[in-house]
Write a protein that binds this ligand. Structure first.
Ligand code: KG4
Ligand code: ZN
Length: 332
């Protein structure tokens, strides 16, 4: 069964064809980094305008490149939130039109659910139950996943997302955009023990907070203008990664779960990947890490989650509307 996935939730126009929820047939991501780079962050109006230009070329490429026509598609899965409302609107309207014109069922997918399902696109596929850390530019949330559609939110950020902190610290240090990969690369040349930045642990909770850490880096750089950028990057990254790992491992242990899935753009971070593998091994927990192109936003993950919705006949109506705020699952 072939599902066409579409995601325009943020600044990437993504379209993909996935077979049976697990096999990627095509995966097209048209990045807008060039547009937003000069502003050091995403400009929502520019993002939605670019989506309008790129949605048809992206979908067309995802289909024609692999010789798939609309007749071969069983359902169209579209991300309808959370995200930037103007960006989401483009993908949802486009998917609805395609579904209507071609008489193909429409499936609505939560972006966060998509990130969790990116782990179904690579071997080994995690078995339920598992803990999932979705850590990106817009989200930092921890879930208990007991099965398809069975999500419990164990914690979330109370302020900035981890990726947002990476991007803001990178901007502060005059590095490129998006900042995460630049901090990742620069950190390799720095000393992570050079500066001690506070580890923002919220006690008795699996919630996160990154705005204080970001402010600590800002204050430090103002007071120490000659400090090496490499050391600041490495020390900041070490603080952020420590918190992400400790909270995730503790949450899994508390829930009695021995599997952890890492998803979202920040899970491409090399230090986070190396350190969580070590830490989890000590606790006899298995960690599932994705290829970097499946960590960041893509539509294959939407098609994968969409396949399971479709199998359960959870189809959407053509009056589907996007939602900027769309929590996933129950809270604890
Ligand atoms: O999942 P994603 O593509 O989009 C959202 O849903 O937000 O994540 C983008 C975020 C950005 O903040 C970017 O800086 C961060 O992921 N990121 C990284 C790395 N690669 C991307 N952060 C740290 N280290 C990386 N290697
Ligand atoms: Zn995302």
């Amino acid at each position: 069964m072939l599902i066409l996935g579409i995601d325009t939730s943020c600044d990437d126009t993504a379209a993909s064809v996935v077979e049976d929820g697990t096999k990627i047939i095509s995966n097209i991501v048209s990045s807008q980094n060039e547009i937003h780079r000069k502003y050091g962050g995403i400009v929502p109006e520019l993002a939605s305008r670019r989506h309008i230009e790129m949605i048809w070329p992206a979908v067309d490429e995802a289909l024609t490149k692999v010789g798939v026509g609309f007749n071969d598609i069983s359902a169209i899965a579209v991300c309808y939130g959370p995200g930037l409302i103007g960006s989401l609107l483009v993908g949802v309207c486009f998917a609805k039109s395609l579904a209507y014109v071609n008489k193909i069922p429409l499936v609505a997918v939560n972006h966060l659910e998509g990130h969790i399902f990116s782990s179904f696109l690579e071997e080994p596929i995690p078995e339920f139950p598992f803990a999932a850390l979705v850590v990106s530019g817009g989200h930092t949330s921890l879930y208990r996943v007991d099965g398809f559609g069975m999500y419990t939110e164990l914690g979330r950020t109370r302020d900035d997302a981890a990726g947002e902190a990476f991007d803001k610290v990178a901007k502060l240090l005059g590095l490129g955009y998006p900042g995460g990969p630049f901090i990742d690369a620069l950190s390799k040349k720095g000393n992570s023990g050079a500066i001690f930045f506070p580890r923002p642990f919220i006690h008795n909770s699996f919630d996160f907070s990154f705005s204080g850490l970001k402010t600590a880096v800002l204050t430090y750089t103002k007071k120490n203008p000659r400090s090496k950028k490499e050391d600041i990057a490495a020390s900041f990254q070490s603080a952020a990664v420590d918190v992400l790992i400790e909270k995730t491992v503790e949450a899994a242990k508390t829930e009695g779960i021995n599997k952890i899935v890492l998803a979202g753009g920040v899970s491409a971070n090399r230090t986070l990947r190396e350190m969580i593998k070590k830490r989890a091994q000590e606790e006899k927990i298995k960690v599932y890490l994705l290829s970097p192109h499946l960590c960041t936003d893509n539509a294959a993950m939407i098609a994968s989650a969409g396949f399971y919705h479709f199998k359960e006949r959870k189809v959407a109506d053509l009056d589907l509307n996007p939602k900027a705020y769309l929590p996933l699952g129950a809270t604890k």
